[in-house]
Design a protein around this ligand. Structure first.
Ligand code: SF4
Length: 326
């Protein structure tokens, strides 16, 4: 999907950024600004209902990490309208949108139900494509066939949670799948030419800079089309709260996070689209780190750090094989 000629190892080629932002990419594809609107398709997750495990990933909120998606009982059209109202208050001129199935596991249902719900989203006026967030162990053959079909019909991203390439951390956070499962799903999506965006989290329990850099290198080695970098948020009513209270991990400082993000950008391929450099924290339930509420400031400090270090995405990218830990 990505035009490899779109970027080169040159910081001036991504508009005003030194990284290949999603905003830049979408403008390139659609010729204008496009926004993602988060939707809640009413799914659950096999890591919560016993299909794979119970309790969910330790950091996952009661909303299935879809705190900004709509209410599951509202029809998609209503959720979409509410999402658009928020966007338009800041960007009145935007006319094109990606319907983003964000909450819980958005391929965890019979394929006909999925076909129906994705189809409903695509019928909404202004929706130009889909982004579907899921787990790598929730992509059976019939769902892959459906995604391949959708990929022919519309603009599509599938978002996969990896969080870390370290299987030991994967167990600590109760992820419920290993790196092999992740890689197999990436390969399957690639065989159908479906663009994949991988989520990673910085600051997970037991992880130091080396682990996080290894995860980034691993993602780079898979040649997926996109990445979302998140800071670990501690939110109320998650198993992570107890781990924090027992002193099993500490919050990253904003300085450490900014440096890590810059280090990671340097080793990612220049054509990889950066969907996010930091997620949004739900205000009402966030426990920490509280500095993440100043998202705009942090993003601007990342821009500043890239400039000060005279660096940019891909500057240190090498095509050598990544080192996912087993
Ligand atoms: S897979 Fe996603 S929705 Fe399920 S528990 Fe983990 S973070 Fe939450």
């Amino acid at each position: 999907m990505n035009d490899k000629n779109e970027t080169q190892n040159d910081p001036r080629l991504w508009g005003d950024k030194r990284y290949h932002s999603l905003n830049y990419h979408l403008r390139h594809v659609f010729g204008e600004k496009v926004f993602k609107v988060s939707l809640n398709g009413g799914f659950t997750c096999p890591n919560r209902d016993g299909g794979v495990g119970y309790g969910g990933c330790v950091f996952c909120s009661l909303q299935g990490s879809g705190d900004f998606a709509g209410k599951p009982n509202d029809p998609l059209g209503i959720q979409f309208k509410q999402g658009v109202l928020k966007v338009r208050s800041k960007w009145p001129g935007v006319k094109k949108y990606i319907a983003y199935f964000q909450a819980f596991t958005n391929t965890y249902a019979p394929v006909e139900q999925l076909r129906n719900i994705y189809g409903q989203a695509l019928e909404i006026e202004g929706v130009e494509g889909l982004a579907i967030a899921t787990r790598p162990d929730c992509l059976p053959e019939d769902v892959l066939d459906l995604l391949s079909e959708l990929n022919e019909r519309t603009y599509l991203w599938v978002e996969l949670g990896l969080q870390t390439s370290n299987n030991k951390t994967g167990r600590i956070i109760n992820r419920g799948y290993n790196s092999d499962c992740f890689l197999e799903s990436v390969r399957k999506l690639q065989s159908f030419n479906v663009a994949t965006c991988v989520h990673i989290i910085l600051g997970l329990p037991g992880e130091d800079r080396q682990h996080m850099m290894r995860t980034a290198k691993y993602v780079a080695s898979t040649h997926v089309e996109g990445i979302k970098i998140h800071l670990l948020h501690l939110v109320k009513d998650t198993p992570l709260v107890q781990m924090y209270e027992k002193g099993q991990f500490e919050f990253l400082s904003s300085e450490a996070y900014i440096d890590l993000v810059v280090d990671i950008l340097e080793i990612l391929p220049p054509e990889m689209v950066i969907h996010r450099l930091m997620g949004d924290a739900p205000k009402e339930t966030l426990i920490g780190p509280l500095w993440c509420r100043r998202k705009r400031e942090i993003l601007s400090r990342i821009d500043g750090r890239l400039k000060d270090r005279q660096t940019w995405q891909g500057r240190l990218y090498r095509t050598e094989k990544g080192e996912g830990e087993r």
